[in-house]
Ligand binder design. Structure first.
Ligand code: AMP
Length: 530
């Protein structure tokens, strides 16, 4: 593998598997195999005394000793703590994710040389806290996170790039074809732990996300869980004991359930071996039974996609393409449902495992071509083509401020930036001081659609400080909330009376502070991962 690359790796940090790609000297994306030679690395961390194991071996060891393994960490990213203790210790999701990223980085470096800059992908539906935690995980792993981009946007980029190569080589025929008529693509992304659906309008130099929705608690793992319960019931019927009550039998059952699910993507029926308490059951599972057990999960994704299209006042007839991303879209029930609902055959031309990482690497190349040093030939040609390219995302959640209702004393959510607004965007609102000589104003920033502040996710508390002295009660303070292009939130304040920009101190809910990041980064630096 060549040592000459654009200088940025693209990382798809997945709930179950992760993937890394870079741009080759000819400007095409390529997946970097890990030390075992695999294109994807299970996002599993296993603690064995002083050893930290990440990847395939961690997944295998975790099936035998689940209490020492961290799986599905991405579902908890943005929370102060991982959902359960690992090896007897409380762990921060950022640190666990950083261990996965460190391993990916080391494997990439073994193939392409030193790596510092990375673009990391996140589900479009991730809120500000989850986005920040992902960036922090990258920092902890010693990476300079150039940008975070939404997974569907990355998939759309990879698709366009691929089509460009296949349709017109380097002549830009796919993109120029879009100048006659922009196309609307539905990106349906169902991975191991998260579900995202986005509508992207592709024109020759802009990919604009029209709307996005999803569920960060819905993915292949939930399909596995349905099978786990079914298999456990069958075992119970035969032997009278409950495998789910024992952590080791349960971990085994999850592995068997996933293998059963994979087999059912290829065949109509399979047998699963359930073992617990020295006894075993061979349970026959048909595809029809599996579909019946998971019908409500599938329906949740169908309803979300349907509402998304209706929400932007389109019909399925307006959607030109249905693009599938994420390992779980290999299940025939997904393609069948999308075919039935959209009237189109879903496009499975992208590699479900690699496309998001490829899109991230392409995005890294675009950033480099806009700001970085001049690339080496022949990357120049490809980069010139991409330098004029823009991606526009939207916010997946409305951004609001908690405002107290004087009559009830309860806090409501005053929405400043409604969901699905193109980014970047800023919105200003004037608040008034409550007391005489008030020196600071506290703003609670919320993400969510509910009118009740307590039903929204509190991103943090922002203190607008250093107001002019002796301000009379009711003095105007201007608060400006904004989303940057990467979906992160920023708040600034202005004391209208003095005209001075107020200082802002931010207390995000449960995030890692700068000194904690610095300390953890040094600790992680010293850790060897196997
Ligand atoms: P990802 O997060 O995109 O790597 O997707 C991982 C999820 O895809 C896991 O839940 C896998 O079990 C699931 N998956 C991978 N291959 C298949 C397949 N052939 N059929 C059904 N699900 C699959």
């Amino acid at each position: 593998m060549s040592n000459s690359f654009s200088g940025v790796i693209g990382i798809d940090l997945g709930t179950t598997n992760s993937c890394v790609a870079y741009l080759r000297p000819d400007g095409t994306p390529l997946t970097i195999p890990n030390r075992e030679g695999d294109l994807i690395t299970p996002s599993v961390v296993y603690f064995e005394d002083d050893l930290i194991i990440v990847g395939k071996e961690a997944k295998r060891a975790g099936a035998l000793s689940p209490e020492s393994a961290a799986v599905c960490v991405k579902r908890d990213i943005g929370l102060p703590e991982f959902s359960h203790r690992v090896a007897g210790k409380r762990q921060r999701p950022e640190v666990l994710s950083a261990l996965v990223l460190k391993r990916l980085r080391e494997d990439a470096e073994a193939k392409i040389g030193p790596v510092t800059d990375a673009v990391i992908t996140v589900p479009a539906y991730f809120d500000d806290l989850r986005r920040k935690a992902t960036q922090d995980a990258g920092k902890l792993a010693g990476l300079n996170v150039l940008d975070i981009i939404n997974e569907p946007t990355a998939a759309a980029l990879a698709y366009a790039f691929d089509s460009e190569i296949h349709i017109g080589g380097r002549n830009g025929e796919f993109l120029s074809q879009l100048s006659t008529r922009p196309e609307i693509t539905l990106v349906y992304d169902l991975g191991g732990g998260t579900f995202d659906v986005s509508l992207v309008r592709m024109s020759p130099d802009t990919f604009e996300t029209l709307a996005t929705d999803g569920d960060v608690q819905l993915g292949g793992y939930d399909w596995d869980t349905r099978l786990v319960h079914f298999l456990a019931e069958e075992f119970h019927r035969e032997h009278g004991s409950e495998p789910c009550s024992d952590p080791e039998s349960l971990a085994w059952l999850y592995q068997v359930a996933e293998e059963t699910k994979l087999a059912l993507s290829a065949r109509q029926s399979t047998r699963a071996l359930v073992m617990h308490d020295g006894k075993r059951s061979a349970v026959t599972v048909t595809r029809d039974k599996f579909n019946e057990l998971t019908a409500d999960l599938l329906l949740r994704t169908e309803t979300t996609a349907q509402l998304l299209v209706e929400g932007v006042e389109l019909t399925w007839g307006d959607v030109d393409r249905v693009l599938l991303v994420g390992g779980m879209t290999r299940a025939p029930q997904i393609t069948d449902m999308l075919h039935r609902v959209t009237g189109r055959t879903p496009d499975t031309s992208l590699s479900a495992d690699e496309s998001v990482a490829h899109g991230a690497a392409i995005h890294g190349g675009i950033l480099r071509s806009k700001s970085g040093p001049q690339p080496v030939e022949p990357l120049v040609e490809r980069q010139k083509q991409w330098a004029r390219f823009t991606t526009i995302d939207v916010n997946a959640h409305s951004l609001g401020i908690a405002v107290r209702d004087v009559s009830t004393g309860l806090y409501g959510n005053s929405i400043l930036i409604p969901k699905n607004t193109p980014l970047p965007i800023s919105q200003t609102e004037v608040f008034r001081t409550h007391d005489e000589h008030q020196s600071k104003v506290r703003v609670r920033v919320l993400e969510g659609e509910a009118s009740d502040a307590e039903a929204c996710r509190q991103i943090g508390v922002f203190d607008v400080e250093g107001l002019a002295p002796n301000l009379p009660k009711g003095s105007p303070i201007e608060i400006c909330c904004s989303y940057t292009a990467d979906g992160r939130i920023h708040v600034s304040g202005k004391d209208v009376t003095s005209g001075s920009i107020a200082e802002i101190s931010i207390h995000r809910t449960g995030d890692m502070k700068a000194d904690e990041i610095e300390q953890s980064r040094n600790e992680l630096d010293a850790i060897r991962i196997t």
